[in-house]
Design a protein around this ligand. Structure first.
Ligand SMILES: [Zn+2]
Length: 154
């Protein structure tokens, strides 16, 4: 049973969760591949996303992240998954944790050729369903980690 920090499987929560894949990729493209998600919690009200980052994001950086994610939403990219052996997922350079809890076959979610990430779902079928993405708050949660809050939809 997939939880992945989703409070429920409402449409809004699924939109928010799918947005975290775009956000994760946008952050890594901006700051490098040492950056990774350390937690997430999603309700129909908001998306919470934690990652290893040891300073405040500048307003200009937040604007750039929002711009990138919203571009990917507007491109209405298709989302699909493939189940594949762990080794193949590693070769594809899918984002995710490669720890012992993942055995042999893993599920990788693709957002067109933009993002590849281990995940159990659920997701929207096309990124356009997310409509809009906005970062509303950031905070330092210690241990070199940053937390951002976002909202999706209209
Ligand atoms: Zn996912």
């Amino acid at each position: 049973m997939f939880r992945g920090g989703l409070a429920d499987h409402s449409e809004k929560t699924i939109m928010g969760h799918t947005a975290t894949h775009l956000l994760h990729k946008a952050l890594r493209d901006m700051f490098g591949e040492q950056l990774h998600q350390t937690g997430s919690n999603i309700t129909s009200e908001r998306v919470r996303f934690d990652f290893n980052f040891d300073r405040k994001l500048e307003d200009s950086e937040i604007a750039e992240i929002e711009k990138t994610v919203n571009e990917k939403i507007q491109e209405n990219l298709p989302v699909h998954f493939e189940i594949m052996p762990l080794q193949k997922a590693k070769e594809l350079d899918a984002i995710g944790l490669f720890d012992a809890k993942y055995q042999e076959d893993v599920k990788v979610y693709f957002i067109a050729d933009y993002s590849k990430e281990f995940c159990g779902g659920p997701h929207v079928n096309f990124t356009g369903e997310i409509k809009k993405f906005k970062i509303i708050k950031q905070e330092n949660i210690g241990h070199g980690q940053r937390r951002i809050y976002c909202v999706v939809g209209e």
